[in-house]
Design a protein around this ligand. Structure first.
Ligand code: SF4
Ligand code: SF4
Length: 277
């Protein structure tokens, strides 16, 4: 593997640091030295998250760099974080399902679209888009698929609660690894996040969920006493997975509303309006 300087940018909650860590470990396993510097805000969810990775067959004397060979943009909200690190030679891979090419700063001759969120929503789950990016950059860097997969198992193994979830993660990684680079002009994002309040009824209750506020933190899932909430397949406005509620299981305890840091979710007895006492 040759020298490479890579920047990955996205929003907190998209798994930028997770794939950066796996990539760094895979580079080491492939016989290179590596440096990995994470950078994110005090509020991890919904704010830009950046990872700087440097690989070198020789000793790395200084981990920082001025210009990236590769830039991965997982979310348009974080693209400005990389503006000072690109030049005409930087290969830019961006999520063409979330943003148009003309939203990218800098020279546009070396950019490639990877509709990761759309691919994830259509085939896997909203949580897999980062793994598609990981597969893509791994292939571009010449890392063997199995090396990356084994490092992914070490980092994410405990999160694979079933064989099916594990296989889905592997397939998402493979989808990125085998994806072709789409070079061209991408004027329109193909993923439309749900807009407006989602209002579902069932079992004498109704759910209010605001996809433009939800950052996919999962706190509501942890705080639900009856296990009625889980992440669904769709991604919200931050390209993080949206929760789904099993209204038959829900006992309307109010915990999800109480603990959600963004006021994005509430379950009420049917026929109340959001905000009613
Ligand atoms: S109201 Fe309570 S039981 Fe219902 S989904 Fe929210 S946390 Fe779970
Ligand atoms: S609804 Fe709120 S608590 Fe649940 S995942 Fe979204 S932001 Fe987090």
């Amino acid at each position: 593997m040759k020298k490479a300087q890579i920047i990955i940018v996205g929003m907190g909650g998209q798994g930028v640091q997770t794939i950066a860590k796996i990539l760094a470990l895979a580079i080491v396993q492939n016989g290179c030295n590596v440096s990995y510097i994470p950078r994110f805000g005090v509020e991890q969810r919904g704010t830009p998250s950046v990872a700087f990775i440097k690989s070198d067959p020789d000793k790395i004397n200084y981990p920082l760099f001025n210009v990236a060979d590769w830039l991965l943009i997982l979310h348009p909200g974080a693209r400005a974080e990389a503006a000072g690190y690109i030049d005409k030679k930087t290969q830019i891979i961006f999520d063409s399902s979330l943003m148009a090419a003309n939203q990218i700063n800098g020279n546009l001759s070396n950019f490639f679209g990877l509709p990761a969120v759309k691919l994830a929503n259509d085939n896997f789950s909203g949580r897999s888009a980062n793994l598609i990016f990981l597969g893509k950059i791994s292939k571009e860097l010449g890392l063997p698929f199995e090396v990356v997969w084994q490092e992914m198992l070490k980092v994410l193994g405990k999160k694979f609660k079933s064989g099916a979830v594990k296989e889905e993660g592997r397939q998402a990684l493979l989808a990125g690894y085998e994806s072709s680079s789409e070079k061209g002009i991408f004027f329109q994002p193909t993923h439309q996040p749900s807009k407006g309040m989602i209002n579902l009824k069932g079992g004498g209750k109704q759910l209010f969920l605001a996809p433009e506020r939800c950052k996919g933190c999962g706190i509501c899932i942890v705080k639900c006493p009856v296990g009625a909430i889980k992440f669904g397949r769709r991604a919200g406005a931050f390209a993080t997975p949206l929760p789904e509620v099993d209204l038959d299981k829900c006992n309307v305890c109010g915990n999800c509303f109480l603990y959600c840091p963004d006021g994005a979710i509430k379950v009420e007895k049917k026929n109340k309006k959001y905000g009613d006492n």
